[in-house]
Ligand binder design. Structure first.
Ligand SMILES: [Zn+2]
Length: 236
């Protein structure tokens, strides 16, 4: 009886070790692929800089109250709904390449979502303060919860609920990101900024970026399930 229990515990621990190892490897490959694609597509010239593309896409969609600014770092591009700014990394802002065009248009895709109150973006924004709160304390709650699992299993359960909000957040991010890319690619094609030869590279760049969000969401889900298993397999 004891041996069976011990074997079961070790068995599922190994399953999770392999699962997390697998996720770490896939995550590394997806990140490396994204970096490689961006380096490659940054060398493919296009007629306009990231900054000019962003301004044109906003204006073409009737958006005049969103500013386009330059932000330091690499792949740090983001749209900030609070300040209504499209923040492009220096490389994207000043570069006239396929990679820069794809990123600039994608970030403007978020500005378009914001302007038309796209539901998943609203849900994501509403979750931000909750996720910030959860992230600030969940590591400690989970750690102490695992240590005190026999005497106080409610603490681990509280940690699981906190962690679940971050998992939910990473899944709500998926439709938001995919939709922003879809808006970007449609606009790039309609305006003729990308052509029949280079449009596929803009698509590939944004698809590589989307994969990183998919892997992050799956990794978060696996971690959540791991904590749930620890909670369910506790001996009362
Ligand atoms: Zn995005």
């Amino acid at each position: 009886m004891f041996l069976t229990a011990a074997y079961t515990t070790v068995g599922y621990d190994f399953t999770y070790i392999f699962l997390f190892l697998g996720i770490a490897i896939v995550s590394y490959i997806v990140q490396a692929n994204l970096k490689r694609k961006f380096e490659q597509y940054s060398k493919m010239p296009i007629g306009m800089t990231g900054r000019d593309i962003a301004i044109k896409m906003l204006h073409d969609n009737g958006i005049y109250d969103v500013k386009v600014t330059s932000t330091p770092g690499m792949l740090t591009d983001h749209y900030n709904p609070a300040t209504k700014t499209v923040n492009l990394s220096e490389g994207v802002y000043n570069s006239a390449s396929i990679a820069a065009a794809a990123v600039a248009a994608h970030e403007c895709g978020h500005a378009l979502q914001h302007a038309m109150a796209y539901a998943p973006l609203k849900m994501r924004s509403a979750l931000v303060p909750i996720v910030q709160f959860s992230s600030s304390i969940m590591s400690w709650v989970l750690l102490i919860g695992i240590i005190t699992i026999q005497s106080m299993p409610q603490l681990l359960l509280a940690g699981i609920i906190l962690f679940a909000t971050t998992t939910l957040f990473s899944f709500i991010t998926l439709p938001v990101e995919i939709d922003a890319s879809r808006r970007a690619l449609t606009w790039l094609q309609i305006t003729g900024i990308t052509n029949s030869q280079n449009h596929k590279y803009a698509t590939a760049a944004l698809r590589s970026a989307a994969y990183t969000y998919v892997v992050a969401a799956l990794s978060s889900l696996a971690t959540l399930l791991y904590y749930v298993m620890i909670y369910l397999n506790r001996r009362d």
